[in-house]
Ligand binder design. Structure first.
Ligand code: C2E
Ligand code: MG
Ligand code: MG
Length: 639
């Protein structure tokens, strides 16, 4: 093109120059014919005219050249663009398939061959069905299933099969290619392998709905199933039963045999539970050793009782845990819908109350929910609210019961006992509210109040009477497990000005059974500050003497039940004297509680018990009574 332009341009230029030269030197006859007399003027006119023509021609040529260059540039750009596009498609990280309008594959890129395992020439000419022979949704015999997504624009997830038979998930985007008249000529299918993502999602869903250890439904799935079952109960006027289960000795097995053994135990229990119910019933693990069973389409109470009995029996079969064989019993709480309630939350609460009652009745049994349990729970709720306001309104006081040295018969300490001065009910015994305070966590602020007031009041007794007596404060399980306990003790001692050797803490055996090493560390730290540790109600729990040897305690307080039948019950007397002897061997002091008469006192003196506490010496006293009691030096001042 450029060459042609060059040749024609040169010819035109030669022609113009020749014409100009001829016109300038035009022969006279020519000038005469034109009637021109002045040849110089003619030459000037002609050369000006020819110069203008030249200029116009050059401009024309220049413009033409520019347009040509632009065209060439544009062509070059489109070619580069096409090349870029083609290389982008070829090397794309996504699989790209181009089909014709009918869905016949015309092109696949390199990634596609890698992912699918098909070579390009094996697949070109095929339909997309080759990628999913079995999973094609049934959209009619005449239709290719790929037509369900070969649409002008489509996005979704497809299940596909590699050439070697492996299955994988792809996220697919389909877009149509149209010609100038708007008709679809091709489809471009871009696919990304999302198998790993889909698998991760599936695992997450599994984690969200199933217990990771046993594979049973977790609380979320269980609640979902319960709600669905309740809906069908309403529709079909049927009944369901909800069973709450709690293993009776799980914690102990877990602590003594280790968590691996605990896991095997839970897996075995899960299997046995599944074996006791029908396929359509749901067994779930709510956490720890808490399981639930949902029985649907329940015909009568008898069938529920039957399942509960079967569960009790199945779970009681011995379980092999490494070298050990253990037998676990279970407590079961049962509630029925719609008889007890038609609300999931209420049913869960009912079953829990019934379970609690089954445990109270001695474990290894089932208990149905009753309205009476509900009334009791409501009473607890009222008590909880009253306890909260009691703490706020300063309705608590302390009573002090003297503890006497049996050799000298002098008061060496007092036990601080909590009293609740209820505005309507008068004095309420701690036995009636400590459990609720413990369950609700209110024992933490109340316990701190007791500790603080006990230390302050005994410090005051020191100052008022000169009697340097100790004060024993009862700790509850929750307080003992409170990580702030040690800090609270030291703050209270500083605040009250009481020296640590005048503070004694009473803990019970059950508190010490948990994690023995941790308990030993904690007690050792408390003891190192100078505070005395006493095991209260000794003999009523499960303490083994081997435990006792390791525990850094100072005093054993023999439980009242052993003292009360002295001198009538020979075995109680033997236990008491044996405890005293063993305690002395372990360098511990012994105090007997609940001493009510002189025979009991004499028995304790003969058996070399160190201290005694009980009505024989004094009932619990108010601060003023204690002051009087110590001032008078009277030992048997029954209040
Ligand atoms: P405990 O620590 O074993 O306290 C001894 C209980 O026996 C006291 O009952 C006391 O009044 C009673 N008692 C003392 N001598 C005799 C006697 O000769 N005969 C009879 N029958 N009983 C006697 P109380 O004050 O009703 O306390 C009951 C339980 O409440 C206590 O048993 C203790 O476990 C708990 N408790 C009391 N105060 C507190 C406290 O401040 N914190 C905590 N966590 N528990 C407390
Ligand atoms: Mg006590
Ligand atoms: Mg006691």
């Amino acid at each position: 093109m450029k060459n042609r332009m060059l040749v024609s341009g040169t010819l035109i230029t030669v022609l113009l120059v020749s014409l100009m030269l001829w016109a300038i030197n035009a022969p006279d006859w020519f000038l005469k014919t034109l009637g021109i007399d002045n040849p110089t003027l003619w030459q000037l006119l002609v050369s000006t005219l020819i110069t203008i023509c030249f200029a116009a021609y050059s401009l024309f040529l220049y413009r033409l050249n520019r347009r040509l260059e632009d065209k060439i540039h544009q062509l070059g750009d489109s070619e580069a663009k096409l090349q870029k596009l083609s290389s982008a498609v070829t090397n794309s990280g996504s699989s790209i398939i181009i089909t014709n309008r009918q869905g016949i594959i015309e092109y696949v890129n390199h990634k596609f061959t890698l992912v699918s395992g098909y070579e390009s020439d094996e697949i070109v000419g095929q339909t997309l069905e080759i990628l999913n022979p079995q999973h094609a949704p049934d959209i009619g015999a005449d239709n290719l299933w790929s037509q369900s997504y070969l649409q002008p624009s489509w996005e979704g997830k497809l299940f596909s099969v590699r050439k070697d038979g492996h299955e994988f998930w792809s996220a697919i985007t389909v877009s149509a290619v149209r010609n100038k008249s708007g008709q679809v000529t091709n489809y471009v299918v871009a696919a990304v392998d999302i198998t790993e993502l889909t698998e991760a999602n599936r695992k997450m869903q599994q984690l969200a709905l199933f217990d990771s250890l046993t594979g049973l439904a977790n609380r979320r799935l269980f609640m979902d199933r319960l709600n669905n079952a309740l809906a069908s109960c309403r529709r079909e006027r049927s009944s369901l039963a909800l069973l709450f289960l709690d293993l009776d000795q799980f914690k102990r097995i877990n602590d003594t045999l280790g968590h691996d053994a605990g896991d095997i135990l839970l897996l075995t229990i899960a299997d046995r539970l599944k074996g006791c119910v029908r396929e359509k019933d749901t067994v779930s693990r709510l956490g720890g050793d808490e399981f639930t069973v949902l029985l649907t389409d329940v015909k009568d109470t008898y069938s529920v009782t039957h399942v509960a009995q079967q569960i009790l029996k199945a779970l009681k079969q011995p379980i092999k845990l490494h070298k050990h064989e253990v037998i676990v019993s279970t407590s079961i709480g049962i509630t029925l819908a719609p008889a007890d309630s038609s609300h999931a939350e209420t049913l869960m609460k009912n079953a829990d109350l019934a379970l609690y009652r089954a445990k109270e009745c001695g474990r290894d049994r089932y208990h149905f929910f009753t309205e009476e349990l509900n009334i009791q729970a409501l009473k607890h709720l009222v008590l909880e609210q009253e306890l909260r306001s009691a703490h706020r309104d300063d309705e608590f006081t302390l009573a002090f019961q003297p503890q006497v040295d049996l050799r000298t018969e002098s008061v060496i300490s007092v036990e601080a006992l909590l009293r609740w001065n209820h505005p309507q009910r008068g004095l309420v015994s701690p036995d009636d509210f400590i459990t609720v305070a413990e369950e609700t966590g209110l024992i933490i602020p109340i316990g701190r109040w007791v500790l603080r007031n006990a230390c302050m009041q005994v410090k005051m007794i020191h100052e008022l009477t000169g009697h340097q007596i100790k004060v024993a404060v009862n700790l509850s399980t929750r307080q003992f497990r409170d990580p702030r306990l040690e800090q609270i003790i030291s703050e209270v001692l500083v605040e009250s000005g009481l020296s640590p050797e005048f503070l004694e803490l009473e803990v019970t055996e059950s508190m010490l059974m948990d994690d023995i090493d941790k308990v030993i560390e904690q007690l050792t730290r408390i003891k190192s500050t100078g505070v005395t540790i006493t095991i209260d109600d000794f003999g009523s729990g499960y303490s083994s003497l081997s435990y006792l040897k390791r525990l850094p305690v100072d005093i054993l307080k023999v439980d009242r039940q052993f003292v009360q039948d002295i001198p009538d019950d020979i075995s109680d007397m033997e236990i008491t004297s044996a405890v005293i002897a063993v305690a002395h061997k372990l360098n511990l002091k012994v105090i007997a509680e609940g001493v009510e008469d002189i025979d009991q006192r004499d028995f304790l003196v003969i058996n070399k018990c160190d201290f005694a506490q009980g009505y024989y010496y004094s009932k619990p006293l108010t601060f003023e009574q204690l002051y009087q009691y110590l001032q008078n030096g009277k030992l048997r001042a029954i209040a």
